[in-house]
Every structure is written in structure tokens, then in C-alpha cells.
Design a protein around this ligand. Structure first.
Ligand SMILES: *[C@@H]1O[C@H](CO)[C@@H](O)[C@H](O)[C@H]1NC(C)=O
Ligand SMILES: *[C@@H]1O[C@H](CO)[C@@H](O)[C@H](O)[C@H]1NC(C)=O
Ligand SMILES: *[C@@H]1O[C@H](CO)[C@@H](O)[C@H](O)[C@H]1NC(C)=O
Ligand SMILES: *[C@@H]1O[C@H](CO)[C@@H](O)[C@H](O)[C@H]1NC(C)=O
Ligand SMILES: *[C@@H]1O[C@H](CO)[C@@H](O)[C@H](O)[C@H]1NC(C)=O
Length: 945
């Protein structure tokens, strides 16, 4: 064994000579708005219009004569006119539809664009504006259209549907959306609508052209001056779409991940807009508006009484500016009166959305609560799918576990230290020369043997498969030969760039033929998969990350299937890639729920995978950021989110590592991962007392898996977040709108400690309910507002149970979730002052699709009535189905009862026509434990107390 001190010296040496990464985000690699053609032009446009104020003559109007209004099918079609300098017009198609959940959809496109572009563009590029972002984002179907009634006036069209009115002003074009009589959203409030119609480059100085308005800039219209993007041929010239939306009476907006920023989005007036552009952002800074690995162009606004959402269905490079006019956290009860032709009324949050190209397609939602907005967004894009149970257990990863022995040793060490673990991960080094779908046979001579060994304790293997395929081996050769690679701008050859394996090509998963090819790579008997049933997949680098590409990604003029430019589909490429993997895994084995982790994502990604927040650092600020980012993902309909526990880069000290585990157990996706240069830090390697603290945290996660799985079930039905920002449950409490270091999971209130040296924290309560400390039910907090000085020593996690709730847990240590399947339940029942409590529990086999295909599942409602009875009712489920039937052996082994009055020394249990007594133990004043009441979990029961 080499002398460790040599390594230590080497390590110290490296620490001294290497630059400190947190300062090292290579921002020169990425465009600022000012350096990006379309962002520069649209911000310029906005500033010019703002300066002109009321003297500005807006250019967009609806041509009344063209309006076709169909009350029954719920659509308005017509022509939106864009006036040019000489008074002539460009015709744009306008479509407004009332869709599912009373959302309002607005679509604007250029009419006959392909004809007008015609032969002026001789490359094979598709000349139509990209209109398939919704096809990928939506859940496989076009939304339903709903009826409305309308009033047509000389200057406006008003649509009435449900509790809504949409007042569509013809000139200047503007839409005011009201809900229950109050104005909520104003479209084109500031006249920032901009559809850059097709125009040919006439001369160096286009500003004099009829096509370019005085308020427009021509910056970067036909060429890109940014260092690494100079090769962009921009075949179609300027073609951006931009529009502004005002939120009336709202002071807080959320969403539009992915950014390492606060939960409540910031005013961007004095800096960069939030950018949505999927990139491999190496060593990203926190509290910043940089683009990151994924994009969901969906924003949610919250105020007391209502909530609003904007879903900007566009997959091109996008920037969003936010201007806040209202006072922070001030409830705005003012009735804002709109004057129908003036732009002077101003909403309290104004947003300006700018995309490089594509059709303008946006969906507006207004509801009573943020939870209803989540549901409406999910009804369009799909809800998170019910995960394979193992995937909400603990995942152990690092770059890299070296060989079969290493993998099995790590797994075995978890078991021998009695620390639960569900999966061991393999990063890029397992494959031969980073050629995915192969194994390095020296290190992994028999992957199926290794997987079978892991399976003995219910553990899984997760291996990485990236979209860059090293040139010169069977898989990449196949991709080139079958013409399913992303192609160069001239469409002739597969694009070649550099990534981990060196020169590579990228599979174009927009191409349906790529799916068939991908299926073969994952098939039964393939080299990668063999006949394994416990190998799952990690899709990384799918932004796509290209080391020598502009902004670390693909040149925007590359071509995809359909000759769509990469420019148009950039932000959804990652989704097409992980969906192809999902489809291949289903094709291979339709019985097992696949698990896929993705780094890049788009609206709709929640349907098929989990995400994590990429390459963070072992620093306190990244720990705090992880919660803000996960909460934002939850607001944006993608709750299966997590961050690398412990930090990817660098080595955390023990305090940070303990706090990270205590925080990470609340991530819906819970994985420890680290860089190849980091020291090993698997929990079983750590010294005491830290190992014990971390083990306790992990055991808590496993105890609470029934709660977490039930939350996943509900999210899969309703789109509700799993990690809920405080305001979700109490949107009337403006005091909670900015809180992003505390959250709910079901009825559990969690306030993780995320500051160094902190042993006391303050806990915010959003209401007057009593909150019981989970670890000491004799203590509680009550009273809306901050509660300072709550104890939080290094072995403590501030965790509270809301009164009136029932929490199902499983208390026994097992080596994996699989081995917990039939474990008995302990229920925590916290009765409120009215004698009530309620909760729920969802159960299925945790790995197959029988819950869906055979309805072999169980959904229970648990309740306490008038302080007298605790009961379980079956809401869904059939005890004759095989798995539900097998649950008859799973019992309730204990009920911890808080707040019950006058409980005797025994209670009577009723189930299935039989009755029996169970013993009651007194724990502390107000707390009793019903010992071993023995009812089976799979049918209704009542306990009389
Ligand atoms: C295309 O180019 C021809 C000249 O080559 C020009 O006459 C025509 O106006 C151009 N079309 C457009 C849409 O600009
Ligand atoms: C819109 O403005 C016109 C002219 O100022 C006025 O006559 C009309 O009543 C207004 N309509 C509404 C709905 O306020
Ligand atoms: C995995 O282990 C389970 C027992 O936990 C067993 O039923 C199953 O056949 C095993 N699968 C494989 C592929 O070894
Ligand atoms: C692959 O193997 C699994 C497990 O042995 C089997 O259930 C499945 O049907 C096979 N898939 C195909 C496509 O034959
Ligand atoms: C935490 O305590 C250590 C040791 O007392 C000290 O060096 C460090 O600066 C403290 N950190 C903070 C953030 O206060």
C-alpha cells in the first residue's frame, strides 16, 4: 500500500497550485444578454419603447375583418398585423384558444414563411418557424378546447368562460385576463411584442430598410460576433419572438428553472435577465441568473386569493427580464382599473420573455391557489411518474467506483455498518475507453454476476450512458451509417465534436429511427444490459455538452431530424435523449419501472426521469442553494429533484457533510456523488460521532419512505410539489413568500440547518396551528411567525409534525427499500384541538406497472373523528389483487397518539367483522402508544380510543 503521507503532500501541493474553483466559473465562455443578438435587440427595443413612453405608436393590431370566432370549439383565429415603416404590413397568424383547465393559449406565427424565405436561403434548413416544442412538452395529446361566449366591439373582443374574462384589444394588441372579476394578467402591457419577420440582408446598414423599425437594433442579425459563436451561419437572419406579461397585484414570481438563485425570483432591471439555455456550466456560481443544465419556461405568481402561471412553450435560447414595481410582501388590495386604450396602467410584476426563434406559443393560467396552477400545468405536460421504490432510497455514487470488487465492497460495507443503501453508481470510467454500451472487461469481467450479487440485498446498479459517442466503434459507426446523428449545417455529414472520449458524434434523438437504434443497444442480451433486471441508467451531458463547441454546447446551425436547426430545439434536446432511453428500457422490459437520472431537461421531463442540480461544490452556500433549487423544481412541475450530497467538487469537512446528509434526506432524489479528485467519503468510512449522525439521518429517510412515496403518488395524480414551499399550504400568508430555507413534505415541516457553526435556528410558522417536534412530541411550537432559538445541535434536525395529521412510518432497519416491502407500520397520530386528524397512505409493489395495468394498489385515508376513533378506509384498491392481497401479513405495529384525551389502558380494534383489545402505554403527558394493535394494512379498520 502506498504511503498515505505522499498523497497528503500531493494533495496539499495541488490545493496550493490549483485556482479556487468558486471564483473560476468561466464566464467568458457564455454570452451575456448584451452579446447575444436577439437578447441585445429585444432589450434595446424595450428600452426605446420605454423612453418614448405614451408617444410610442405600437405596431401590432388585430385585423377585425379577419377574425373568426368559434364559441363552440373555443377558438379565435385571425390576422395580427405588424406595421412596417412605410405603413405596409406583415401578416401574422393569430390563434387564441381556451383550453383544458380554462387556460388561455395564444399562438402567433408568420404566414407562409417558407414561401417567403423561398430560394433566398439555399441551405437545407427547415424554413418554417419551429412549432413542435409543444409536441415534446405536452403529455402526448393536444389539450382539449373549451367553449366560451363572446362580445365583439369595435375596439375589442371579450371572451367569457367559467369565472374568466379575456378582453382582447384590437389596437394596440393587448389581452387583459380577469378571474372572478379581478384583472390578473396583461399580455403585451408594455407593447414589447416583437416577431422578427423574415427579411433578407440588404446592406450593411439595415437600419434604413423598411423592414427595420427605428426602435429596433440590427445587432447580430446576420452574424454572431461572440468569440466562440463566430461560425454561426444564421441562415434565417433575425427571427426572434418576444412578449411582455404583467402580473396584476402580484409581488412574487417563481419557477423558470434552472438557476442557482433564490426561490422568489429577483428583479433583473440592473443586471442580466434570467437565461434559459441548457449548458454544461462548469463550476457554477450561486445566487446568480446564469443559464444551467436544464430549462422549464414556466413561471408561477402567488398572492392572497389567487395564483397565476405563464408557460412559454419555446425550446430556443430564451431570456426573461423581471421588473418588480410593487412593494415586497405588501398585500395589494387596490382595485386596478384598466383604461382600455392606455398603456399607463402598470402591473406590479412585469416580465419580458425573449426567445431566439420558433413560433410564439404561450399558455396563461389563473386559479385560486398555487396548487391548482401546478395541477393545470401538469395536466398539459404530464405529472411525475410513480418512481421505482428503490429510486427514492439512498444512492451512493462517485466518479468512479473502479471495479467489481470496489462496487461490491462499498455495497457490503453499507450492510455491515447497518446503513441502508439502494443503489451503487458507475460514472464514465466503467466503459471501455468511455465507449458507452461497452464494459471495461478487466475491471468488470462479469457485470451480470456483480448485479446479481447486489440484488441479493435488493440493491441496484446505475450506469451512465451519455449522448456523445466516440468515433470509430460499432455504436457511433451505426449512428453515422444510419444517418441518425446530429448533422452539420450543410446536412451532409455527422457533426463531430469533443467530449469525454475524445472525438465524438451525437445521436439525434429527435429522429424516430434513432429510437429503434437505441432500443437495440439496451435490448435483452446486449453487451451493456445482458439479462439484468437491476441495472438502471444515468443520462448525463445531454445539454448537449460539447467541450469545443460554442458556450460548451452544439453550434446552433447544426441540423436535426426534419432539418430543424439546433437553434430551435436546443433546450429540448436533453428531453428527447432521456425519453429515448426511457422508451428503450420499457421496450426491453415492460414490467419494471425504469429509473433514469438526467442532467438536462425541459418541460415534460418530469414524466420519465429524475434530475439533479449538476456539479455543485462542497461549500455551505451550495448546500443552501440546493434547497432553493429543489423547491423551484417542485414549483415548476418537476419534483423528482436532488443535489449531490456532500458537494461534487472539493472535500467537505465533517460538519458540512453531516448537515448535508441531514438536508439531503429531504431531496426527493437523494444521492451522494463526488469528483474523481475528492477523497472517499462513504458514510461507513467516517469517524464517530459523524458516522452515527449520518446513519441516523439515513434511517430517518427510510422510516419516512411511506410518507414520501405517498407524496409521489399524489404528485403523480395532481402535480402537487413533493417538497412544498411554505406558501403552498398557506398562500394567504404573504410572510412566507420569500422563505426558501424551510419547507413541507406532506404535514412535516422541515427546517434544515445549512449554516456553519449553527446550533440554533429560527423556524417560521405560517399559521396558528401547533407544530410538534418529531423527535420530542412533548414539545411544540405555536404562533404564526418566526420562532427563534430552536435547538439544532449537530445531531439534530428541526422537524415538526403539524397538528391534525397522521403520519405512516416503517421503523425497522433494512439493507434496502426492497427488503422493507412487507414491514409493519407505525402511525403517528396528532389530534388537533377539535379532536380531528387526517392523513393518507399509498402502497403498491414499488417496482412493476401492476399498479397501473392491474390496479394492484392501495390508497388509504386515515382519520380521527371527534377524538374517539382512529380509522382507515380504503379509497382505492381491491384486496383480491395479488399484491394487495399479499399485504394481509403487513400489520400496524404501533400507534403513537398525541393529544388524545381520557384514553384507558386498553383500546378496542375492529377489522373484518372481528374485534380485539390492544394495550396502551403512557409515554408522557398527552402522549400514549397503542402497542401492537395488529390490524392488517390492506383492509379497513377502526380503533376506539
Ligand atoms: C429573395 O431574393 C430575390 C432576389 O434574389 C428578391 O427579389 C426577393 O425579394 C427575395 N425575397 C425576399 C422574401 O426577400
Ligand atoms: C374604451 O374606450 C372608449 C373610448 O375612450 C370608451 O368609449 C369605451 O367605453 C371603453 N371601453 C371599455 C370597456 O372601457
Ligand atoms: C433478485 O433477488 C430477488 C430476491 O430478493 C429474486 O427473487 C430475484 O430473482 C433476483 N433477481 C435476479 C436477477 O437475480
Ligand atoms: C427481456 O427480459 C425480461 C426479463 O427476462 C422479459 O420479461 C422481457 O419480456 C424481455 N424483453 C423482450 C423484449 O423480450
Ligand atoms: C466556525 O467556527 C470555526 C471554529 O471556531 C471558525 O474558524 C469559523 O470561522 C466559524 N465559521 C463561521 C461561518 O462562523
Amino acid at each position: 500500500m502506498p504511503d498515505r503521507s505522499v498523497f497528503l503532500l500531493l494533495f496539499i501541493f495541488l490545493l496550493v497550485i490549483l485556482p479556487v474553483p468558486s471564483e473560476a466559473v468561466k464566464d467568458y465562455l457564455f454570452k451575456k444578454c448584451d452579446q447575444s443578438g436577439f437578447c441585445h435587440r429585444n432589450r434595446h427595443f424595450a428600452n426605446e419603447i420605454l423612453e418614448q413612453g405614451d408617444s410610442y405608436q405600437p405596431r401590432y393590431s388585430i385585423d377585425l375583418a379577419t377574425l373568426q370566432i368559434d364559441d363552440q370549439s373555443g377558438t379565435v383565429d385571425g390576422i395580427l398585423l405588424k406595421q412596417l415603416n412605410d405603413g405596409t404590413y406583415v401578416d401574422l397568424s393569430l390563434k387564441i384558444a381556451v383550453i383544458t383547465d380554462h387556460s388561455l393559449r395564444l399562438t402567433v406565427d408568420e404566414i407562409d414563411r417558407d414561401v417567403r424565405v423561398g430560394g433566398n436561403v439555399t441551405t437545407p434548413v427547415n424554413k418554417v418557424r419551429y412549432n413542435e416544442a409543444s409536441t415534446w412538452a405536452f403529455d402526448g395529446k393536444d389539450p382539449k378546447q373549451l367553449k366560451f361566449t363572446h362580445e365583439l366591439q369595435s375596439d375589442s373582443l371579450i371572451l367569457h368562460y367559467g369565472d374568466y374574462n379575456a378582453q382582447i384589444q384590437l389596437y394596440p394588441f393587448k389581452i387583459s385576463l380577469s378571474y372572478k372579476g379581478a384583472e390578473q394578467l396583461i399580455v403585451n402591457e408594455r407593447s414589447l411584442l416583437n416577431v422578427e419577420h423574415y427579411r433578407t440582408k440588404v446592406s450593411e446598414d439595415d437600419a434604413n430598410s423598411n423592414d427595420v423599425a427605428p426602435e429596433e437594433s440590427t445587432f447580430g442579425s446576420y452574424s454572431d460576433s461572440f468569440k466562440d459563436s463566430k461560425g454561426d451561419t444564421l441562415p434565417l437572419g433575425p427571427e426572434s419572438v418576444a412578449l411582455d406579461f404583467g402580473f396584476v397585484g402580484y409581488n412574487h414570481v417563481y419557477g423558470i428553472p434552472e438557476h442557482a438563485d433564490s426561490l422568489s425570483l429577483k428583479d433583473t432591471t440592473d443586471g442580466e435577465p434570467y437565461r434559459l439555455f441548457n449548458v454544461d456550466i462548469f463550476e457554477y456560481p450561486v445566487q446568480d441568473r446564469y443559464q444551467m443544465y436544464g430549462s422549464i419556461p414556466f413561471m408561477v405568481a402567488v398572492k392572497p386569493g389567487s395564483s397565476a402561471g405563464i408557460f412559454w412553450v419555446n425550446s430556443a435560447d430564451t431570456y426573461v427580464d423581471i421588473k418588480k414595481n410593487g412593494e415586497e410582501d405588501m398585500v395589494d388590495e387596490r382595485k386596478i382599473i384598466i383604461e382600455n386604450s392606455s398603456r399607463s396602467s402598470s402591473s406590479s410584476v412585469q416580465t419580458h420573455w425573449m426567445s431566439e426563434n420558433g413560433v410564439l406559443d404561450v399558455i396563461l393560467m389563473v386559479k385560486d391557489t398555487p396548487a391548482e396552477i401546478s395541477r393545470a400545468y401538469g395536466s398539459l405536460t404530464g405529472y411525475v411518474s410513480l418512481p421505482n421504490m428503490f429510486s427514492i432510497g439512498y444512492h451512493q455514487s462517485r466518479w468512479n467506483y473502479n471495479d467489481e470488487k470496489d462496487v461490491l465492497d462499498v455495497a457490503g460495507n453499507f450492510d455491515s455498518h447497518m446503513i441502508p443503501c439502494d443503489a451503487i453508481w458507475l460514472d464514465i470510467e466503467y466503459a471501455e475507453g468511455k465507449k458507452y454500451f461497452t464494459w471495461n472487461k478487466d475491471a468488470f469481467p462479469n457485470p451480470e454476476r456483480m448485479e446479481a450479487k447486489l440484488n441479493e440485498t435488493g440493491k441496484k446498479l446505475v450506469a451512465i450512458i451519455d449522448p456523445h459517442l466516440k468515433t470509430g466503434y460499432s455504436v457511433s459507426d451505426g449512428v453515422v451509417k444510419e444517418r441518425i446523428a446530429i448533422r452539420n449545417a450543410d446536412s451532409k455529414d455527422a457533426y463531430k465534436g469533443h467530449s469525454w472520449p475524445g472525438e465524438s458524434v451525437w445521436i439525434d434523438t429527435l429522429n424516430p429511427r434513432a429510437q429503434l437504434f437505441w432500443n437495440k443497444q439496451f435490448a435483452n442480451g446486449s453487451q451493456l444490459m445482458g439479462y439484468s433486471t437491476n441495472l438502471h441508467i444515468w443520462n448525463d451531458m445531454n445539454e448537449p455538452s460539447i467541450f469545443n463547441g460554442p458556450e460548451t454546447s452544439a453550434p446552433k446551425d447544426l441540423l436535426h431530424y426534419g432539418n430543424w436547426e439546433h437553434r430551435s430545439v436546443h433546450n429540448l434536446f436533453g428531453l428527447t435523449y432521456h425519453e429515448a432511453t426511457y422508451n428503450s428500457l420499457i421496450e426491453r422490459n415492460s414490467h419494471i419501472r425504469p429509473f433514469i437520472l438526467t442532467r438536462s431537461f425541459f418541460a415534460g421531463s418530469q414524466r420519465t426521469c429524475a434530475m439533479w442540480t449538476g456539479d455543485n461544490m462542497a461549500r455551505w452556500e451550495y448546500l443552501r442553494e440546493s434547497i432553493r433549487m429543489c423547491l423551484t423544481m417542485n414549483v415548476a412541475g418537476f419534483p423528482f429533484a436532488g443535489a449531490d450530497v456532500g458537494g461534487f467538487f472539493h472535500n467537505p469537512d465533517m460538519e458540512l457533510l453531516v448537515r448535508w446528509y441531514q438536508t439531503g434526506i429531504w431531496y426527493p432524489f437523494f444521492r451522494a456523488h463526488s469528483h474523481i479528485d475528492s477523497r472517499r467519503r462513504e458514510p461507513f468510512l467516517l469517524d464517530e460521532p459523524y458516522q452515527d449522525y449520518i446513519k441516523e439521518a439515513l434511517l430517518l429517510r427510510y422510516k419516512l419512505l411511506p410518507v414520501l412515496y405517498t407524496q409521489f403518488y399524489k404528485a403523480s395524480q395532481t402535480g402537487l410539489p413533493i417538497m412544498k414551499p411554505i406558501f403552498y399550504d398557506s398562500p394567504e400568508d404573504v410572510g412566507s413568500y420569500s422563505i426558501d430555507d424551510e419547507f413541507f413534505i406532506g404535514d412535516l415541516l422541515v427546517r434544515p440547518v445549512m449554516e456553519e457553526n449553527q446550533t440554533r435556528v429560527s423556524v417560521y410558522l405560517p399559521d396558528e396551528k401547533r407544530y410538534y417536534s418529531f423527535f420530542n412530541l412533548s414539545t411544540s411550537l405555536q404562533g404564526k411567525g418566526e420562532h427563534d432559538d430552536v435547538e439544532a445541535e449537530l445531531d439534530q434536525i428541526p422537524l415538526y409534525l403539524r397538528e391534525g395529521s397522521i403520519l405512516p412510518t416503517k421503523q425497522r432497519y433494512r439493507r434496502s427499500t426492497k427488503l422493507m416491502t412487507y414491514d409493519p407500520y407505525t402511525l403517528y397520530v396528532v389530534i388537533d384541538s377539535d379532536g380531528h386528524a387526517g392523513g393518507d397512505l399509498y402502497i403498491d409493489d414499488g417496482e412493476s406497472f401492476d399498479y397501473r395495468d392491474n390496479e394492484d394498489h392501495l390508497y388509504l385515508s386515515l382519520s380521527v373523528e371527534k377524538g374517539k376513533t382512529i380509522s382507515s378506509k380504503v379509497i382505492k384498491g381491491d384486496s383480491a389483487k395479488p399484491f394487495v392481497a399479499s399485504l394481509s401479513r403487513t400489520k400496524v405495529e404501533s400507534i403513537v397518539l398525541v393529544g388524545a384525551k381520557n384514553v384507558g389502558s386498553t383500546v378496542t380494534v375492529h377489522q373484518g367483522g372481528k374485534s380485539w383489545e390492544a394495550e396502551v402505554l403512557r409515554e408522557a403527558p398527552g402522549i400514549v402508544v397503542i402497542r401492537n394493535p395488529k390490524m392488517s394494512i390492506n383492509s379497513a379498520w377502526t380503533v376506539e380510543i
